[in-house]
Design a protein around this ligand. Structure first.
Ligand code: IMP
Length: 198
């Protein structure tokens, strides 16, 4: 009989992240969404590190719903802005802001700046049984002077990874996943999880 895939909940309300994770886990792990477990919570993210936020989200689901769970937190660190927006990437243009406002504020702050180097970092936190694990992925790149492409989400139209020379938003989902911060962290996480007996 065919063995069932291990199942795990992804604590995210971001459909783009869910899609990227499911593409990476295809045939290896079955990723359940928050909708699949009937969770409609606004999960808090109040830590001041990526690790802290990722753990906070995964622990929230484990504590309230009992499922083994993972969550990610991502930041864009821009050298010319002393590492901003960093852990505050989602709220860069203010608490009620949207991804387009964040992107335009970043372009504005980078106007005329010659040092455009930046990196994306993702931390995936896994809470499984009584144990917790962290997995990290990073990608180096530069901030474009204007948006490019229609794919991806968030800051993808203005982030050009060094490996490719075009913005994440100009790539196919497979091309982005192959080199992205989240792709790198998720591959470490998936390799670890398939070796566990769950
Ligand atoms: P969070 O991990 O959901 O807190 O994301 C932080 C911020 O980074 C949000 O504004 C997201 O839109 C943005 N972000 C997260 N992952 C990516 C990505 O893969 N590409 C571009 N922007 C991202």
């Amino acid at each position: 009989m065919k063995k069932e895939l291990p199942k795990i909940v992804f604590a995210t309300n971001n459909p783009h992240k869910l899609e990227e994770a499911r593409a990476l886990a295809e045939g290896k792990i079955r990723i359940l969404s928050l909708g699949d477990i009937d969770c409609h919570d606004e999960i808090p993210e109040t830590a001041d590190t990526l690790e802290g936020n990722a753990l906070q989200k995964a622990r929230w689901i484990k504590a309230r719903y009992g499922y083994d769970c993972f969550a990610d937190d991502t930041g864009l660190m821009v050298d010319a802005l002393d590492g901003a927006p960093g852990v505050y990437s989602a709220r860069f243009a203010g608490p009620e802001c949207n991804p387009t406002a964040n992107l335009h504020l970043l372009l504005e702050k980078m106007e005329g700046e010659r040092n455009r180097s930046a990196r994306f970092a993702t931390v995936v936190a896994l809470v499984i049984g009584e144990k917790e694990y962290l997995f990290k992925g990073e990608v180096e790149g530069t901030i474009a002077t204007e948006p490019h492409g229609k794919g991806g989400f968030g800051y993808d139209p203005i982030f050009i990874p060094v490996e490719s020379g075009v913005a994440f938003a100009e790539m196919t989902p497979e091309e982005k996943n192959a080199i992205s911060h989240r792709g790198r962290a998720m591959r470490k996480f998936i390799d670890f999880l398939i070796k566990q007996d769950i």
